[in-house]
Each structure stands twice: as C-alpha cells, then as structure tokens.
Write a protein of this length. Structure first.
Length: 68
C-alpha cells in the first residue's frame, strides 16, 4: 500500500491534459504550410482535411494572381 498511494496521488495530480492532442490544429498547420511554401517557392496552396467523410478543416494560402 505504501507504493500504491504515491502512484495514485501522482496520477490524480499530474496534468495529463498537457499531452492531449490539439483540437484546433490551425496554428500549427498554418506555420508548417507557410514554411513549406517559402521553402519550395509555391505561390499558393489550398488544403483540406477530411475525417470520416466530412470536411473538418479548409484553408487557402498565397496569391490568386502571381503577377500582382
């Protein structure tokens, strides 16, 4: 019982929510996509994430007209 009590206390007090997945990946994806666009010199990119047959995220980056 001496070993189990500290383990139980640890499990209740340790903030496991810090390791949860980010429900809104927008900021992370924005940075990654813009970085890749700069690296590969893409003028524009459209992205979409589909989960279980439904669109969960859509975003477009860059220029519609490269000349302007």
């Amino acid at each position: 019982m001496k070993v189990i009590t500290p383990i139980i206390v640890f499990l209740f007090l340790f903030p496991f929510w810090l390791f949860a997945q980010n429900p809104n990946p927008s900021a992370t994806l924005d940075a990654e996509i813009q970085s890749e666009m700069s690296l590969r010199h893409f003028p524009g990119v459209s992205t979409i994430i589909v989960k279980n047959g439904e669109i969960v995220w859509v975003e477009s980056y860059g220029y519609a007209d490269v000349a302007n």
